[in-house]
Design a protein around this ligand. Structure first.
Ligand code: ADP
Ligand code: NA
Length: 327
């Protein structure tokens, strides 16, 4: 029996992933490779929707791939590749752009947020990137796409474009389903626990590749509240609750169990212990990343093999789509 296929991508825009990326996405990728025929890509084409220094982009793409491997993506089990190594993404992206209404694209709310935040001139690529994302998914005929709330609208667009293509040219693409993964934790900023941890607001962000002493310090100085009791109450105690969620995710212990354990202890104890739990988790990850980056030929080999496997699938889908279009 063949497994359902899943596709997901992550941008290489920062050198290091942060704890939110891991607990909200990458950890689920690792689990999904056991149950699915998984395709995971570092989406460097998407990264250039905002200006990038070429040297930095190339390095960040490699560091991103090394982190995915270090965090548990198994290149023998999942297909791990870099988006620009598979030209079919851009090729199908163009076909889909020609099927997208201007008004339809204009309704994508992420563009409004992202363009508003950008100081430099906003490029058309930032406007059309959900269409490229549709191509990323449809090329692999993915059954499932793990999506957070902020990506739901883009998955709807993908389904609409697949349906439109199929209606106009005959059945070609599978309509992908949103896949809600269990144990996905939304992680909040340590300095502002009402905002999600994000590289765009760098103060309360725990980066996987930063010095662990720095991370432990950030955790120790996380914003909590004036009370003393360690309880899980996201509404009234967002800071403490965020720390408990992180602790639980990294240790595998339930939040209730942790709360019972910290009965009578203070915030300082919780933060100190969480710093240690994080250090224990991230130290071997950092070592593996360093090993991958120290052997560029080996990393190239892994990514070349991934791109080859990806192209076997993407090439066939594109050929079918091109044929239907009249190319
Ligand atoms: P950022 O918000 O830092 O720009 P991205 O948008 O590149 O991160 O997100 C990459 C992946 O990580 C997405 O699947 C996203 O849902 C997930 N993710 C990002 N931040 C968080 C967070 N704070 N909590 C949970 N998941 C997150
Ligand atoms: Na984001």
């Amino acid at each position: 029996v063949s497994r359902p296929r899943v596709l997901s991508g992550i941008q290489p825009t920062a050198g290091s992933f942060h704890l939110g990326n891991y607990l909200g996405a990458i950890r689920q990728w690792v689990a999904l490779q056991e149950t699915h025929d998984a395709f995971y890509c570092v989406v460097d084409l998407h990264a250039i929707t905002v200006e990038q220094d070429p040297k930095v982009l190339r390095q960040n793409t490699r560091t991103s791939a090394a982190q995915l491997l270090a965090l548990g993506i198994d290149p023998d089990s999942a297909t791990l590749f870099v988006q620009s190594h598979v030209p079919e993404h851009a090729q199908l992206g163009w076909v889909l752009q020609c099927l997208t209404g201007f008004g339809e694209a204009s309704r994508m709310t992420q563009f409004k947020d992202k363009s508003a935040r950008q100081e430099a001139q906003v490029g058309v690529g930032l406007f059309t990137y959900p269409i490229l994302q549709a191509a990323d998914i449809l090329l692999y005929n993915a059954h499932h796409v793990p999506v957070g709330e902020d990506q739901r609208q883009h998955l709807e667009l993908t389904r609409d474009l697949a349906q439109r293509f199929n209606t106009r040219y005959g059945k070609t693409f599978r309509l992908p389903e949103a896949y809600i993964v269990k144990d996905t934790a939304k992680i909040y900023d340590l300095q502002d626990p009402t905002a999600k941890m994000s590289k765009s607001v760098p103060t309360g962000v725990v980066e996987l590749l930063e010095d662990v002493k720095r991370s432990a310090k950030k955790i120790r100085s996380a914003v909590t509240d004036t009370g003393r009791e360690i309880t899980y109450d996201p509404e009234h105690k967002p800071g403490v609750s965020n720390l408990l969620v992180i602790y639980s995710a990294l240790s595998g212990r339930t939040v209730e169990d942790l709360v019972a354990d910290y009965d009578g202890k203070g915030y300082g104890d919780l933060k100190k212990d969480l710093g240690e739990v994080f250090t224990e988790f991230v130290t071997p990850v950092q070592e593996k990343v360093a090993t991958y980056l120290a052997d560029p030929a080996e990393l190239d080999k892994v990514l070349a093999k991934g791109a080859e496997r990806a192209r076997e699938v993407a090439g066939k889908t594109l050929a079918r789509a091109y044929d239907k279009v009249g190319f």
